[in-house]
Design a protein around this ligand. Structure first.
Ligand SMILES: *Cc1c(COP(=O)(O)O)cnc(C)c1O
Length: 394
């Protein structure tokens, strides 16, 4: 429409991408249907021959899911978006859709556990050479990207140690090596960091996290250029079937309406909590991107507009102290999800990062005293009192 006004983030989170039926419903409609019908056989033929645009089958596209995809594309500033069943469906599809045997993938070592498995174990099974680098070390990136490479994968801030990778510098090196850059932007959310503006080609999300934000459904999203989406991603997506359920899309659409308020409040709380933890004599170190003590604070502040909702800290006294602290919490619950309105604590060494092994954990700095805290929307002071309750037992 020519009279569509230019709008800002909060408005787009509410209104962007809407498809309204002739019933003129206010809230987005939930199209809980697997298929769509055609008024004639000729019409079906025309649709399958791409002569007429029409929904066909919810593995390919569904109106509720399309609303979510359009909203996410607008918020990210991307030309195209496809929603997927989970965050891992987004990551695995984005990697597998274009990669071929004999090609090379370079990834930052500090990745979400399942992403790490795809690079270390799955891709080599298909004849793809994979190389891990220390994401914070530009010399390692430079050496790894001195050879032709097809794809670079990284996460910043990383899970769970909140390492910051220089998106602009790595994208420049990757492009010179012929690679596309895929960024897992879950920890930063589309609100706090814009990888596409810093040179990345594809952004992936677990919508399970801050987008739903209330711990209800799984989902994921892949965003990139129209050209890549149509020619590389779409054939893989359509034929392998990682599509999102319309019900989950409908829940996530509702979550997005308040995401900016939640992420802002949770980030503010997270920073106060990180400062509180850092001051405790029972804590060996507290990691949060905006803390003066964070080794890459300057880079974090240059490429992020806020520190995010996660704090990772190391309790003195190893696993026993960490377990005693977690077991003493009365408000914070033990769960490996994140981005929820409920504050959640996890012990990465024995849960999310158990399977990568002790050696790789040591390399990543994930010690047995480390706890990852996803800061929720509870009162900040109540959370600090709960952490103090835990520290008293640690
Ligand atoms: C949760 C998460 C994923 C995987 O998402 P699911 O929705 O659980 O499949 C991938 N990357 C990061 C950084 C995550 O936090």
């Amino acid at each position: 429409m020519s009279d569509t006004p230019k709008t800002r983030l909060a408005t787009d989170l509410i209104h962007a991408g809407r498809i309204r039926t002739n019933i003129e419903e206010n809230a987005e409609a939930l199209f809980l249907t697997s298929g769509f019908t055609y008024e004639s056989a000729e019409m079906a033929e025309a649709v399958f021959d791409n002569r007429v645009e029409h929904f066909q089958y919810s593995r390919f596209a569904n109106p509720t899911v399309t609303m979510l995809e359009r909203k996410l594309a607008k918020i990210e500033g991307a030309e195209a978006c496809r929603a997927t069943a989970t965050g891992m469906a987004a990551v695995s599809s984005a990697l597998l859709c274009g990669i071929k045997a004999g090609q090379r993938v370079v990834a930052a070592r500090a990745l979400f556990g399942s992403c790490h498995w795809i690079v270390s174990t799955l891709l080599p099974q298909y004849g793809v050479e994979t190389v891990f680098v220390e994401g914070t070390d530009m010399a390692e990136w430079k050496a790894a990207l001195s050879q032709p490479t097809a794809l670079v994968l990284l996460e910043t801030p990383s899970n769970p140690m909140l390492d910051i990778v220089d998106l602009r510098a790595v994208s420049d090196l990757a492009h010179a090596a012929g690679a596309i850059v895929v960024v897992d932007n879950v920890f930063a959310t589309p609100l706090l960091q814009k990888p596409l503006e810093l040179g990345a080609d594809v952004v992936v999300y677990s919508a399970t996290k801050h987008m739903d934000g209330q711990g209800r459904v799984l989902g994921g999203a892949v965003l990139g250029s129209k050209q890549w989406m149509e020619t590389v991603f779409q054939p893989f997506f359509r034929n392998t079937g990682p599509a999102m359920s319309p019900f989950n899309a409908w829940v996530i659409l509702k979550g997005l309406e308040t995401m900016h308020l939640r992420v802002a409040a949770q980030s503010k709380s997270a920073e106060a909590i990180a400062q509180f933890l850092e001051a405790s004599p029972k804590i060996a170190r507290a990691l949060y991107p905006t803390l003066a003590s964070h080794p890459q604070r300057e880079l974090a502040m240059a490429q992020m507009s806020d520190g995010g909702t996660l704090v990772t800290f190391e309790v003195k006294g190893g696993k026993e102290a960490a377990f005693r602290m977690m077991n003493a919490f009365r408000i914070i619950t033990i769960s490996n999800n994140l981005g929820d309105t409920k504050s959640l604590a996890t012990h990465p060494a024995t849960t999310t990062h158990l399977r990568i092994g002790a050696e790789e954990r040591a390399r990543l700095g994930i010690t047995d005293g480390c706890i990852r805290l996803s800061v929720g929307l509870e009162d900040t002071q109540d959370l600090i009192e709960d952490l103090a309750r835990g520290l008293a037992q640690a």
